[in-house]
Write a protein that binds this ligand. Structure first.
Ligand code: PYC
Length: 413
């Protein structure tokens, strides 16, 4: 070992840098308890402490921080949605993502690539045109492109007419991006903890207590804590935790699988999505292809992965990139996605006073992280539902004011 390195390893003057404090004992009460230490819960904690001066906050997670769906997504960021409400919300998120490394002074490896949603049918062209119109109207850069331009944007894509589903066109969303998902959670956690927020991994919530229709305490496997407000941000377990709070959510929890290949020399410029072939693929900064397919065809609380998924996905990937035939998969995993009937999330008030919902993210949770955290923090701090998230209220299902976002899914359902 080089002498210079030993000097750093052995000297007390260079202690190992630990940016996250050790887990403290639980206090008997907090102003705000956040159930779920993924990107969303940590973002809400950060924005509460940073912009509202609310620091008496405990973030609880039954596992480790950022170990749930934050660790299991494919890290795509985009705002090319179909409904005006969805476009405006995800556009705010994308803008926040752009400045996040700077805001947190922590590199989240944000990388703008462009996002191509391929259209293989006339119906898909119509939906792409519709999305492009709504996006453009709201100042989001998306346009319909045709094979000649697609070939310039993504030269290795198979655009032959002699395939099963020839590419007729695509929705090209210029600001589409990827980021390092763990870094997003770590950055928020570190900066929230610096302001006094307590982080409690390995702390499982076992009951939620209420007094006079208002949340009053959260019971955990490490003790009971009184609280003034609770944010529930537990993607994949939303219905289970809401049941403890005494109400039901219109959510089905469905596994979504993904995988990465061995690293390859960079060749893929954009994030490529095909609804007809049920695939999405991007290339990570390490060169790995990050790939996924449709949701599993049944509700299940399981993050196992299957050979059937890998075989189906590869068959379709090879239709678009036939030269990848010899490439090996490196790892495969699944997350559990909480899907609502209108394919849009639930943010805001719940039937229990003081208990706030961040749920129903389906396959879109990661890209919503900053905007959801920012708006949930504003809601808890002021008691007023911010206009940006007002359309995503739970009440919309009772009042039949659904949002209809399925047409903008990148994942087949
Ligand atoms: O909505 O972009 C998306 C997406 C890709 C994978 C899962 N969701």
């Amino acid at each position: 070992m080089p002498f210079g390195l030993l000097k750093y390893g052995l000297s007390r003057r260079y202690p190992v840098e630990r940016q996250l404090p050790p887990r403290p004992d639980l206090k008997p009460s907090y102003d705000v308890v956040i159930i779920g230490g993924g990107g969303h819960g940590l973002a809400a904690a950060y924005y509460l402490s940073r912009y509202h001066g609310i620091t008496d906050v405990a973030v609880l997670d039954k596992g480790y921080l950022g170990g749930g769906n934050t660790a299991r997504n494919t890290a795509i960021i985009r705002s090319n949605y179909l409904t005006p409400e969805g476009v405006a919300f995800y556009d705010e998120s994308l803008r926040l993502f752009r400045g996040l490394s700077h805001e947190l002074d922590f590199n989240i490896l944000y990388s703008e690539r462009g996002h191509l949603t391929l259209a293989h049918t006339d119906a898909a062209i119509r939906t792409s045109r519709w999305r492009a119109e709504v996006n453009t109207h709201l100042g989001v850069e998306s346009r319909l492109v045709f094979p000649e331009e697609i070939a310039r944007i993504e030269p290795t894509l198979n655009l032959s007419r002699a395939t099963r589903y020839p590419v007729l066109g695509a929705l090209y969303h210029v600001p589409g991006a990827v980021a390092r998902h763990d870094a997003v959670a770590w950055g928020y956690a570190i900066r929230a903890a610096e302001r006094g927020v307590e982080l409690h991994p390995k702390t499982e919530v076992t009951a939620i207590e209420q007094t006079g229709g208002r949340v009053s305490a959260v019971v955990t496997d490490r003790g009971r804590i009184r609280c003034g407000a609770v944010i529930q941000a537990v993607a994949g377990m939303s219905s289970v935790v809401a049941k403890m709070a005494g109400f039901r959510l219109p959510i089905r929890s469905i596994p979504l699988q993904a995988c990465v290949s061995q690293p390859l020399k960079p060749f893929l410029n954009t994030i490529v999505v095909s609804g007809s072939l049920h695939i999405y693929v991007s290339q990570s900064s390490r060169g790995e292809l990050v790939m996924g397919s449709a949701s599993d065809p049944y509700p299940l609380y399981s993050s196992r992965s299957s050979l059937e998924f890998a075989e189906g996905l590869m068959a379709h990937i090879l239709e678009l990139f036939p030269f990848l035939g010899e490439v090996k998969l490196m790892r495969q995993w699944a997350g559990v996605t909480d899907m609502t009937p209108d394919f849009a999330p639930v943010m805001g008030l719940s039937p229990l006073a003081g208990y706030y919902l961040d749920a129903g993210w389906g396959t879109w949770g990661f890209k919503a992280t900053p905007a959801c955290g920012l708006n949930m923090a504003a809601l808890v701090a002021t008691g007023e539902v911010p206009d940006r998230i007002a359309p995503f209220t739970l009440d919309r299902f009772a009042d039949l004011r659904l949002l209809g976002e399925k047409g903008a899914a990148s994942v087949g359902h």
